[in-house]
Design a protein around this ligand. Structure first.
Ligand code: HC1
Ligand code: SF4
Ligand code: SF4
Length: 572
């Protein structure tokens, strides 16, 4: 440890700590904008300056040294911070009342905290370009403050590098390579740039009015399904603590919004396990196309298409759970309800922006109909609930509709890293042994380590060498190791977002400071595992309605009909 003086008080800190971290530990709230722990450390905004000797220095990149004397609250410091923020505001589209980031904007918070009451500087305005090309992500340069947090998320964390700084000086912008549209870039639609953005420069491509229109259309039967990770985060949009489970309230709210049926994507996840588990066993016996790689994350699928096209054969042919569920809704359920599939609109509520892109992919259609018509993020669902005037926090719990409203605990854990692997192992193990498993928890695939390796021995002696990866930077590392022949597996679960879907690009946005204080991933993952523990049925093959669906309709896993409806191929 070393000793430093902050505002006249001596304090002992760990060597290597930045002045910003040291001050925040002392309860001194230094404002900042461009700093995002683990993502961006560029000190470009200069809002976090402090006085050290005669100089004003950005505290986010300043490593404290023994004996350093730091002043965080002098007139000189306050004036400099205010000037930096005023300059940002002078070139910012200040239509705050209609901005999607509204009260959650970090620029608004900082400018309020600094008591900025009017913007003194006015002058030339830089780029006002808006890019609406992507079905998933919108970019609005008029809101951009050039902090670089999105560039860190996309380049450093995800290793996609679809967006970066371009041009110089006053003309500097965040842009794609060669100024292409985002839809034409290497962007995989993961939305991690949105999660990093402190303002409203990056948002999802909203489909709220499309869904309101469908609900209002008397000729349409509108069915909604909700992803595993939505229920453990939606409450945050209504002020509930991170990690609150709101499954019953979410269902009640969806009914009040006017959806005709409220189904659970956890059912689709169980169906995926039946299909993918069977596919794994058959690839294991043939020894072909191993490792089998999961295909439920559309960010990962597109990352593969751009970066590892020769390994696309390794992807599971399974559609993702909500796509499978959409296909079942427009075939089996349509038949049961006596409704023409063309008159059914399937809406998926997802923690994910890439699912918007996935929903529109031609590989995910059947008889010229998309399996899923609209995808809304957790944030868009919250916006609809607010618009409808529903008092979410005080809603009484309601249950999902039948028949696609039953999901097992195995389906529930899909929402966190390791969940798909654990769910698959529960079923594959039991189906090969023929006897029930005593312990259902495979803790080896749990936790937030970036790459988790584990070998599972099946009762018949077969081994499944498993790797669980989350975050595309980790996925790239592992894929390159596979290519070099340094690694070899039978089964790989890959999720584009660090932590899995619980921190997907469509989830409630957590500001930079809160993210330092609360372990968001751990809190939401804990809630997901509680969802699993609360179920009496914890294995996909024991879901009673999965059994009925195979008996009445699909035949058996990987049957001809199952292939036609529930599987696809990605090629480039
Ligand atoms: Fe996910 Fe999935 S878990 S992809 O990560 O396989 O979005 O939550 O719905 O489809 O089930 C997302 C989450 C989600 C699918 C499932
Ligand atoms: Fe990069 Fe993901 Fe944002 Fe696309 S959505 S620009 S891949 S961070
Ligand atoms: Fe979407 Fe989940 Fe993949 Fe993230 S990990 S891109 S939220 S499917």
């Amino acid at each position: 440890t070393i000793k430093i003086m902050i505002d006249g008080a001596e304090t002992e800190i760990v060597k290597g700590t930045t002045v910003l971290e040291a001050a925040r530990d002392q309860g001194i709230n230094i404002p900042s904008l461009c700093y995002l722990k683990g993502v961006n450390h560029s000190s470009s905004c200069r809002v976090c300056v402090v006085e050290v000797g005669p100089r004003l220095i950005a505290s986010c990149t300043l490593i404290a040294e023994e004996g350093m004397k730091i002043l965080t609250n002098t007139k000189k410091v306050r004036d400099a911070r205010r000037t930096s923020v005023e300059l940002l505001l002078s070139d910012h589209d200040r239509e705050c009342l209609s901005c999607s980031r509204g009260g959650g904007c970090e620029l608004q918070t900082v400018s309020n905290d600094l008591n900025i009451r009017k913007v003194t500087y006015t002058g030339e305005q830089s780029s006002r370009e808006k890019d609406y090309s992507s079905p998933a992500i919108l970019r609005d340069a008029s809101k951009c403050i050039l902090c670089g947090r999105c560039v860190g998320a996309c380049g450093t964390v995800q290793t996609v590098g679809a967006i970066g700084f371009a041009k110089r000086g006053f003309d500097t912008v965040i842009s794609t390579a060669f100024g292409r549209s985002l839809a034409d870039s290497t962007c995989v639609n993961c939305g991690q740039c949105i999660m990093a953005c402190p303002v409203g420069a990056l948002t999802e491509h909203e489909n709220i009015s499309d869904v309101w229109n469908a609900i209002a259309d008397p000729d349409k039967y509108v069915v909604v399904q909700t992803a595993p990770a939505v229920r453990v985060a939606l409450g945050e949009e209504f002020g509930l603590p991170v990690g609150t489970r709101t499954t019953g309230k979410m269902v009640a709210a969806l009914r009040r919004l006017g959806f005709d049926k409220v189904f659970d994507t956890n059912f689709g996840a169980d169906l995926t396990i039946m299909e993918e588990g069977t596919e794994l066993l058959s690839r294991l016996s043939s020894g072909q196309k191993l490792p089998l790689m999961t295909s439920c994350c559309p960010g990962w699928v597109k990352f593969m298409e751009h970066n590892f096209p020769d390994m696309l054969v390794n992807l599971s042919t399974c559609k993702s759970p909500h796509e499978m569920e959409g296909a079942v809704i427009k075939s089996y359920v349509a038949g049961k309800l006596g409704i023409e599939p063309q008159n059914i609109v399937v809406v998926s509520i997802m923690p994910c922006t890439a699912k918007k892109f996935e929903g529109a992919r031609e590989e995910l259609a059947h008889e010229n109909m998309q399996d899923v018509d609209w995808v809304l993020t957790t944030r868009e669902l919250a916006a609809m609930i607010k618009e409808a005037g529903i008092d979410f926090v005080n809603l009484k719990d309601e249950a999902f509709d039948h028949p696609l409203g039953i999901g097992s605990g195995a389906g529930a854990i899909f929402g966190t890293t390791g969940g798909v692997a654990e769910a698959a192992l529960r079923t594959v193990f039991e189906l090969t042994s023929g006897t029930p498993l005593d312990t259902v928890e495979y803790t080896a695939v749990r936790g937030m380590t970036g790459i988790k390796e584990n070998t599972i021995e099946l009762p018949d002696g077969k081994q499944i060498r498993t790797a669980v990866v989350h975050g595309l930077g980790n996925a790239r590392k592992l894929m390159e190791a596979l290519q070099r022949g340094e690694k070899s597996y039978d089964f790989m679960e890959v999720m584009a977002c660090a932590g899995g879907c619980i921190t997907g690009g469509g989830q409630p946005i957590v500001d930079a400071k809160t993210a330092e204080q609360i372990d968001i991933k751990a809190a939401r993952a804990k809630a997901i595992y509680s969802e699993d523990e609360a179920q009496t049925i914890r294995k996909s093959h024991n879901n009673p309605f999965i059994k009925v669906l195979y008996e009445e309709f699909l035949g058996e896993p990987n049957s001809h009909l199952a292939h036609e409806l529930l599987h696809t191929h990605y090629t480039v």
